[in-house]
Ligand binder design. Structure first.
Ligand code: BGC
Length: 855
């Protein structure tokens, strides 16, 4: 293959329609070819390529035929290079919900959908999946990670990577490694012993690399004393032992040194330009502090990534299928995913599925019923084109059948609600929407935009020069639907003001409370005022913020309608519930409680939601609770309600997908990817607060269900638990009696659908060493799983392949994986606690040390 680097504008060779090439079949430039390109660049030109040219973009270099490479968050959708609500994104369920599917085929298909979105938005690299673990259930980005179990995380993550990359878009395994909580996330130093690191926290990254991930993101935090952007772990095991030939991008702002990070196997610093990797790095190479060979290797990796995503001229053309399903097909898939990930935790007397034809009156209650809480907060946020709330979904399903009434019962958010095109008009044109003006020092207009949201997270849209602007102004006309005391707010840092009908009600300097990028740029502080408004009489709102360095990008104009007194609201909801045949209560969190940048204080549902559920259940025995959260919450009322359905953050098709489950159009397919505690204080591994900057992973490899096996109190729901709409009998397991060290194992499990409906069952195999034997093995660890489907009365066999790794442990003494000979018990069942079948196995002694990467 010839690299014609001289001509970046070379026209692509036409590809026959419908021909696709698996990502790894794309021939890549050889090391010699890459070296030839590197040799064309002088040192400053090379160093220029090592940090971004903007927040989500790298510099182009025509001398080697390199165009800019574009990045976007991830993981629930492809936001695009810019935070702009006009650029809508298909929005998937939260990663916790994807892991709950235990369905790699579906996750891969969803990854393909994301690839189509990325291609549509001209994004080369999707900043997902997040492969950190649910070490503690209060971790702020729990919703964005898959599971507490490394195997489930690894398999789900690998499927996600394959799906995204099948469309020619790079997936990013992030955040490498041990970014499992958010408190002091930029600086925390996770102290983890070698064996735990290998067996637990690195394992999902290893799986992603084996699946062919093109990009890995180094985390903000440090591990065992070294910041991850400077860590030897980038070399070994990542690039050495695992053979990762892709690119290591930093988390945004994580490169905070010149020589230490440049000498490490950190390839690209984002965003950019990063002055630490600018002239300072050129000097460090010139004075010999950083070897030029290290720089060359980074460039080679950037060029290799560019070749993979079609950003390097002269490479074979991209012949990936452009996975662009019709909008209707995409929505159908997303709707299917909601049901596939929804976990039915409890279903007394088979209350679910509900027979629609028998319903006449339904009360839909709860703060998250009418407001679609479809995603968690932080850098992962995307702008859905539509977002169907549970209430809308239920109403749609019961249209013409039953009367559906709604009452929130509890008010959850303290954060103001930004105006939107649904409730505000542009004061200039009267069109639905918001006016944004960028003004210079004399208040002269530099640039004007019409927006669909009062939350503006970017300085301006592409192309406009706003360098002369010093103030951003967001204004709108609001016609209040109700008379009463409204709350108006301006969100943003630095000098902010708010004018209501020409009166300056806020004018103050808001000092940042944190340096965390998510706080600064996505969800900064706000200031709010009360205002008596009359229904139907327009109010003119003008928010302003001075654009000062260090005060972030965000500004928002927000308005919240008068609220009923909380007691009266709760009483109204309970009365409504008592008068209906059925009560559906949607409780949960919001991005104010579950987000990047901070951990949750505990598992309690925010506000008076527990009180609400208990009161509703007391007046209506037919109460279904839908939990709308990304991570575990405590449910002190759980024994008092007959049905509990966990919907996670379900993505844009929340309403229809949940209605499908409620009314039986789809079976709830989810199984818990993480153990749910009954109470915060029972959680065996909870603490996420570093002491003097250090967070000790003192529990070692035992997290999640493995830790719960040793806890004093039982959890509310174990890892792997989830009910479908049919029942199963586990009839037998067959497995060989002996296994040679280093070999894979196949286990066949026979089970029968004993219910009246076709269904899908996730058969789980856990491995256990006798507790009185060697202390090395875990007492119960997920070793494999497979899903089966069966018709009523049908018997099927689930074939579960267990990789050699399941029988191995990491030996620091040998710096390698070892198989421990001896007796092993296999437990088979439907969750980590429901294990009706058992098989015994003897693992024979290994003849030589198992090589790295077995598995
Ligand atoms: C997050 C990353 C994200 C990046 C870019 C960081 O704050 O930790 O997950 O990809 O920002 O938005």
């Amino acid at each position: 293959m010839t690299v014609t680097a001289e001509d970046p504008s070379e026209p692509p060779v036409p590809v026959p329609a419908g021909v696709s090439v698996p990502p790894d079949a794309v021939p890549l430039p050889s090391t010699e070819e890459l070296d030839r390109l590197v040799a064309k660049l002088d040192l400053p030109a090379k160093v220029r390529l090592l940090s971004g040219s903007a927040v989500f973009r790298t510099p182009a270099e025509p001398a080697v035929g390199l165009r800019a490479i574009t990045f976007s968050d991830g993981p629930v959708g492809v936001r695009g290079e810019r935070w702009d609500e006009r650029d809508a994104a298909l929005t998937l369920p939260s990663p916790t919900a994807l892991a709950a599917c235990w369905d790699e085929e579906l996750v891969e298909e969803l990854g393909g959908l994301l690839a189509g979105e990325a291609r549509r938005k001209r994004i080369d690299v999707l900043l997902a999946p997040t492969l950190n673990l649910h070490r503690s259930p209060v971790g702020g980005r729990h919703f964005e990670c898959f599971s507490e179990d490394p195997l489930l995380t690894g398999r789900t993550g690998a499927a996600y990577v394959r799906g995204v990359q099948s469309g020619g878009v790079a997936a990013t395994a992030k955040h490498y490694v041990a970014n499992d909580s958010e408190t002091e996330r930029l600086t925390l130093d996770a102290h983890i012993d070698e064996r735990t690191l290998r067996e637990v926290y690195l394992a999902p990254f290893e799986a992603a690399v084996q699946a062919g991930a093109w990009v890995v993101m180094s985390a903000y935090n440090a591990v065992n004393g070294t910041a991850m952007s400077e860590s030897p772990l980038l070399d070994e095991p990542l690039k050495g032992e695992w053979g990762f030939d892709g690119l290591v991008v930093s988390d945004w702002g994580a490169v905070r040194s010149t020589a230490a990070s440049a000498r490490a196997a950190q390839d690209l610093s984002m965003p950019g330009p990063n002055p630490l990797w600018g002239a300072a790095l050129v000097r460090a190479v010139e004075d010999g502090t950083v070897p030029e060979a290290a720089i060359d290797e980074k460039i080679r990796r950037i060029l290799r990534l560019a070749a993979r995503v079609g950003a390097l001229a002269g490479q074979p053309p991209h012949s990936f299928p452009a996975p662009a399903p019709s909008p209707a097909a995409a929505r159908t898939l997303l709707r299917r995913a909601v049901a596939a990930g929804a976990v039915l935790l409890r279903n007394e007397e088979a209350l679910l599925p509900l027979d629609r034809t028998r319903l006449r009156t339904v009360a839909v209650i709860g703060p998250n019923a009418a407001a679609a809480r479809i995603q968690g907060g932080g850098s992962a946020g995307v702008f859905p084109a539509t977002a169907l709330s549970p209430l809308e979904g239920i109403r749609g399903a019961l249209a013409g059948i039953a009367e559906v009434q709604h009452c929130a019962g509890v008010f959850l958010t303290a954060r103001p609600t930004p105006l939107s095109a649904r409730d505000a008009r542009d004061p200039r044109t009267g069109e639905p929407g918001i006016l944004v003006r960028y003004l210079d020092d004399q208040d002269a207009e530099v640039h004007v935009e019409h927006r669909l949201s009062g939350r503006i997270l970017e300085p301006t849209d592409d192309g406009a020069d706003i360098s002369a602007a010093t103030t951003v102004e967001v204004s709108a006309l609001l016609r209040p639907a109700r008379s009463g005391e409204w709350q108006f707010a301006v969100v943003g840092l630095g000098q902010v003001s708010l004018l209501v009908d020409g009166r300056a009600l806020i004018d103050e300097y808001v000092t940042p409370e944190s340096r965390d990028p998510t706080y600064l740029h996505v969800a900064p502080s706000f200031r709010q005022v009360a205002w008596q408004a009359e229904a139907g009489q327009d109010v003119r709102l003008v928010a302003r913020r001075r654009m000062e360095a260090g005060s972030g990008y965000a500004v928002a104009l927000a308005a919240d309608p008068p609220r009923r007194d909380e007691d009266a609201e709760l009483a109204a909801a309970v009365e409504l519930a008592g008068s209906a045949e059925l009560a559906i209560v949607v409780v949960g969190t919001t991005d104010e409680f579950e987000s990047e940048g901070f951990d949750r204080p505990g598992l309690a549902l925010p506000g008076r939601q527990d009180e609400l559920v208990a009161a509703v259940a007391a007046v209506n025995p037919r109460t279904v609770v839908i939990v709308n959260s990304g991570g575990p919450v405590a449910m002190p009322w759980r024994a008092a309600v007959p049905a509990i359905l966990l919907g996670w953050f379900p993505g844009q098709e929340a309403g229809d997908g949940l209605a499908d489950v409620l009314f039986g159009a789809a079976e709830p397919g989810g199984r818990l990817p993480t153990t749910w505690a009954a109470r915060t204080e029972d959680v065996p591994v909870l603490d996420t607060v570093p002491v003097d900057g250090v967070l000790h992973y003192a529990e070692g490899p035992r997290i999640g269900y493995q830790a719960w096996l040793h806890a004093t109190n039982e959890p509310a729901f174990w890892f792997g638990h989830g009910l479908g709409y049919t029942s199963w009998s586990y009839e037998g397991v067959s497995a060989p009696g002996t296994l040679a060290a280093g070999a894979a194992l196949t286990v066949d499990v026979r089970l029968r659908n004993t219910g009246a409906r076709a269904g899908r069952e996730v058969v789980q195999v856990y491995l256990s060493r006798p507790p009185d034997g060697s202390a090395r093995g875990p007492e119960r660890r997920l070793a494999g799983y497979a899903a089966v489907r069966a018709e009523p009365g049908e018997t099927v066999t689930a074939t579960i392949r267990i990789a050699p790794r399941a029988f191995q442990y990491w030996s620091p003494e040998h710096s390698g994986w070892r198989t421990e000979p001896g007796d092993v018990a296999l437990f088979v069942g439907s969750s980590s606690a429901e294990l009706p079948l058992r098989a015994a196995l003897e693992v024979t002694a290994e003849t030589s040390v198992a090589g790295p990467g077995a598995g």
